[in-house]
Design a protein around this ligand. Structure first.
Ligand SMILES: [Fe+2]
Length: 246
């Protein structure tokens, strides 16, 4: 038998995310935000999540002034995705629906009438603007915590205005905000700076959750490629994340 047959095909996918178990951040409800545009695309992305090792998925559409989603409507659409995945025979559990809540001009209204769809029924996933910080964003997060909500801040590595060696991130951690990095940041999907910041935050032990933040098939392809990166595999073996509690 030719020796070459034992070599790994670079198109093969390694299930390196099996240890995490649950992807707790992705945009696979079709046509409700900037994520998947069709049920077919959602199914393709979900089958990639299965291939790279995930056994459960929590879908987290954007709730923002730009995407005026309604919790009840999103919950209903989630059932449609579940049914489609089931009809396709996808062996991955769609275990929950939650929001990714943007801390923006309408966030204050949400605090007045809270009806959050939470990750694992427990955590409110929030995000900041990628481009510039909203003044008072931290106070709104604090107000949310005052309502006895546990808070996860999505992809801190992607906010260039937050100095990861500075007081702002320390303050967030001190007030009990949990951090979630995107796995694709580790492969440079969002640029070298986000990559460096994601590795640093994880190596400092500051990151509680990892998410794929899958929006479409481009993300799915990048996830497949990521499974060949030794440095990422090693990091997943070395550090513990709370994903498996979900
Ligand atoms: Fe997201």
């Amino acid at each position: 038998m030719a020796f070459g047959l034992f070599k790994k095909n670079k198109h093969e996918v390694e299930p390196i995310f099996a240890a995490l178990g649950t992807d707790m951040h992705c945009h696979l409800i079709p046509s409700v935000d900037d994520g998947s545009k069709s049920m077919e695309e959602s199914i393709e992305c979900l089958s990639t999540l299965k291939a790279v090792g995930y056994s459960k998925v929590i879908i987290t559409p954007h709730f923002a002034s730009r995407y005026r989603n309604d919790e009840e409507d999103i919950a209903r659409r989630f059932e449609e995705v579940k049914k489609a995945a089931n009809d396709e025979g996808l062996e991955i559990e769609l275990s929950g629906i939650a929001g990714e809540y943007r801390v923006d001009t309408i966030f204050k209204e949400r605090l007045e009438h809270p009806r959050f769809l939470k990750v694992g029924g427990k955590y409110v996933l929030v995000e900041y603007s990628i481009h510039q910080q909203m003044i008072g964003a931290e106070n709104l997060i604090f107000d949310l915590q005052m309502q006895n909500q546990e808070v996860i801040l999505a992809h801190p590595e992607r906010y260039p205005y937050i100095n990861i060696d500075g007081a702002q991130i320390e303050q967030l951690l001190n007030q009990g905000v949990l951090l979630q990095c995107n796995v694709l940041s580790l492969g440079g999907f969002y640029g070298e700076e986000a990559k460096r910041r994601a590795f640093t935050l994880i190596e400092r032990g500051w990151v509680s959750f990892l998410g794929t933040d899958t929006h479409n098939v481009l993300y799915a392809h990048a996830l497949r490629d990521l499974t060949h990166q030794k440095k990422v595999r090693k990091l997943l073996e070395k550090y513990e994340f709370k994903n498996k509690e979900l």
